[in-house]
Design a protein around this ligand. Structure first.
Ligand SMILES: O=C(O)c1ccccc1NCC(=O)[C@H](O)[C@H](O)COP(=O)(O)O
Length: 264
């Protein structure tokens, strides 16, 4: 079993329990459920930098990233220094996150929030909306075409945007549908954890123009962004580069300062 299959297997158990504890009917009564979402894809189209800055405490590839990190201060700094959106890891078992982090982020910033998790059940989409997310992630490697269609349609009904994550041409060709707003190319091979930015560059031309292109994972300098922009990417999902430092907000600010200088 590879890491993604293991995460998905655990997620099925977790979601089954959560559904019993807090049924969809209860989620629908929560105040954020009626909230109008903010568009991440629009922000990425108009932002000169297009950074989706991520909050995470750890990951399978980086188990000790920033175990004690608190969400509020970090996301406020991401907003203050020019992020186009924020990704919040809500998986507890492998990333040390939770729905509480998403809720706290929602109370702290006005930027669009991506619920970064492993969606395998419609329940998680209702939950994302109820906790204040604007965008969900659908990982092509985890889902078949029918699931992607069903989940993205539900997301649209709830007013959420969809970021589809792919890692190769086959996943891209099998998973594109009209309800998807953004296509993210994950530069990290989730089977080996190897990172290669050429994955984004090689897939870019195959992503139809109507989808905002997002390059995900392994971005650690502004030169990489300038390169990826040339291939048509408008969004850049960056987590570890900021979260591995003592002050992720300050490292984000320094990164943005450098990027703005180079983008002039
Ligand atoms: O990062 C991992 O180890 C990982 C393992 C299994 C599934 C997903 C994983 N990462 C999620 C992500 O895709 C990243 O959090 C995100 O793209 C940011 O990447 P980075 O900038 O390299 O932290």
């Amino acid at each position: 079993m590879n890491i993604l299959e293991k995460i998905a297997a655990d997620k099925r158990v977790e979601v089954a329990t959560q559904k019993e504890e807090v049924p969809v009917e209860v989620l629908q009564l929560l105040p954020h459920f009626k909230r109008k979402c903010i568009s991440l894809s629009e922000n990425l189209r108009k932002s000169p930098a297009g950074i989706i800055a991520e909050f995470k405490r750890r990951s399978p590839s980086h188990p000790d990233l920033n175990p004690e990190a608190e969400v509020e201060e970090i996301v406020k700094a991401y907003e203050k220094f020019g992020a186009a959106g924020i990704s919040v890891l809500t998986d507890e078992a492998y990333f040390g996150g939770g729905m509480e982090d998403l809720s706290l982020a929602r109370e702290s910033v006005k930027l669009p929030l991506l619920r970064k998790d492993f969606v395998i059940d419609e329940y998680q989409i209702y939950e994302a909306k109820a906790m204040g997310a604007d965008v969900i992630l659908l990982i092509a490697a985890l889902l078949n075409e029918k699931q992607i269609e069903k989940f993205s349609k539900l997301a649209k009904e709830l007013g959420l945007e969809v970021l589809l994550e792919v890692h190769n041409r086959e996943e891209l060709d099998n998973s594109l549908m009209p309800e998807i707003d953004m296509v993210g190319v994950n530069n990290r091979n989730l089977k080996t954890f190897e990172v290669d930015l050429n994955t984004s560059k090689e897939l870019a031309a195959a992503i139809p123009e109507e989808y905002v292109k997002v390059s995900e994972s392994g971005i650690s300098d502004t030169a990489a962004i300038l390169e990826l922009q040339k291939s048509g990417f408008q969004g850049f999902l960056i987590g570890g580069n900021f979260m591995k430092t003592e002050d992720p907000g300050a490292s984000f600010a320094a990164f943005m300062q450098q990027l703005n200088k180079e983008n002039q």
